[in-house]
Design a protein around this ligand. Structure first.
Ligand code: NAD
Ligand code: IPM
Ligand code: MN
Length: 368
């Protein structure tokens, strides 16, 4: 039931490429239903990014898109990329990196909770994945992604750089979150080889000791972490790591929950709008066939409500509806179900209606 004052919000949608438009549409439909229930006005504006933007304008991030994102209350993105843009002068992925940088989104949160009903869908044993509840804090605007790139006929180089400030701010965000969870941070690096990782470890250790002595901090090397995440994923609470390691480890852990199509993400800065997107890519192999799992995008919409619009009840309501449809087995083919993207979205919308009907009914009973 609505318990917050109705408000008006301006949400920029960046559907992008491949399955991006299909899952963005799903998340938008869910947000519209939430808006109706709670009396909020969600104003949606679509903008071009990635391959779609290259085709239309020659640029992966047109200035109009960047300006609209900077002025929005929040941004919801589908995915970018696809084989048709390989080898081109501009790549779709450059648009995504540029918008993350332009919006100052240095912290990328990628939560994973393994649903008890989906534990059997994981290629790992049920007893290993059941009860997993972790969140990856991936640094998003530094590291090798943004270092100088050079190329000559017989040599290529990608520079990996981190500053103390870049490490401090994402570390603080991770420690804060750990405090509200189970109080443990695992910082992942490659300090046995990389200078940036040695700086990373020093800075994270200092921030932990000086500002968060109540939070347990452990360090892990990324290669053994990749192994431990499969062997004992329940041991982890908050995983803090740099840009490239976070990209790789988060796709790895998506397998624990049964499908990469389930995982949402929130990209946040110190102020201003956040950007919310599923962790999966444009999935060119299933694009345009109503096959994509919309849940990662729908849960990203829930994170958008919670983190950017501060609408906690509304976010909870989407997450409860997703949990209900997963329990009921109303899922897409990646999870062994028979529903398409649209069918799975309708199932979530029906579950939101059911949850609200039940809440309204309880209120009525109470007053009767
Ligand atoms: P991908 O995540 O697109 O796909 C990997 C596998 O997972 C594929 O088999 C795909 O069918 C499956 N999959 C992904 N999303 C799914 C969903 N919602 N439902 C069901 N199955 C799903 O990764 P990829 O194939 O390595 O990359 C394809 C393109 O996407 C590349 O151009 C890459 O750069 C881009 N990409 C973009 C983003 C983003 O926009 N945030 C993220 C990752 C990759
Ligand atoms: C992601 C993607 C992007 C990344 C690509 C498309 C640039 O893999 O969001 O996880 O590497 O950050
Ligand atoms: Mn990725």
């Amino acid at each position: 039931m609505p318990n917050t004052a109705p408000q008006t919000f301006n949400i920029v949608l960046l559907p992008g490429d491949g399955v991006g438009p299909e899952v963005t549409r799903a998340a938008r439909d869910v947000l519209s239903v939430i808006g109706d229930f709670y009396g909020h006005q969600f104003g949606f504006t679509e903008q071009l990014i990635g391959g779609a933007a290259i085709d239309a304008t020659g640029e992966a991030l047109p200035a109009e898109t960047r300006d609209a994102c900077l002025q929005a209350d929040a941004v919801l993105l589908g995915a970018v990329g696809g084989p048709q843009w390989d080898g081109g002068e501009v790549r779709p992925e450059q648009g995504l990196l540029a918008i993350r940088k332009a919006m100052g989104l240095f912290a990328n949160l990628r939560p994973l909770q393994v649903s008890p009903v989906l534990a059997h869908r994981s290629p790992l044993k049920k007893e290993i994945v059941e009860g997993v509840d972790l969140i990856v804090f991936r640094e998003l605007t530094g590291g090798v992604y943004f270092g100088e790139k050079t190329r000559t006929a017989d040599r290529a180089s990608d520079l990996c750089e981190y500053t103390v400030l870049e490490i401090e701010r994402v570390a603080r965000a991770a420690f804060h979150t750990a405090r509200q969870r189970r109080g443990k941070v695992t910082s992942v690096d490659k300090a046995n080889v990389m200078e940036t990782s040695r700086l990373w470890r020093e800075v994270v250790t200092r921030i932990g000791a000086e500002e968060f002595p109540d939070v347990r901090l452990e360090h892990a090397l990324v290669d053994s972490m990749a192994m431990h995440l499969i062997r004992k994923p329940r041991d982890y609470d908050v995983i803090l790591t740099e840009n490239m390691f976070g990209d790789i480890l988060s796709d790895e852990i998506s397998v624990l929950g049964g499908s990469i199509g389930l995982l949402p993400s929130a990209s946040l800065g110190t102020h201003g709008p956040g950007l919310f997107e599923p962790i999966h890519g444009s999935a060119p192999d299933i694009a345009g066939q109503d096959l994509a799992n919309p849940v990662g995008a729908i849960l990203s919409a829930a994170l958008l409500l919670r983190h950017s619009l501060k609408l906690e009840d509304e976010a909870d309501s989407i997450e409860a509806a997703v949990a209900a449809v997963l329990s009921a087995g109303a899922v897409t083919a990646d999870l062994g179900g028979g529903l398409g993207t649209r069918g799975a979205t309708e199932a979530v919308i029906d579950a939101i209606r059911a949850i609200h009907w039940a809440a309204a009914h309880r209120v009525q009973m109470h007053w009767a």
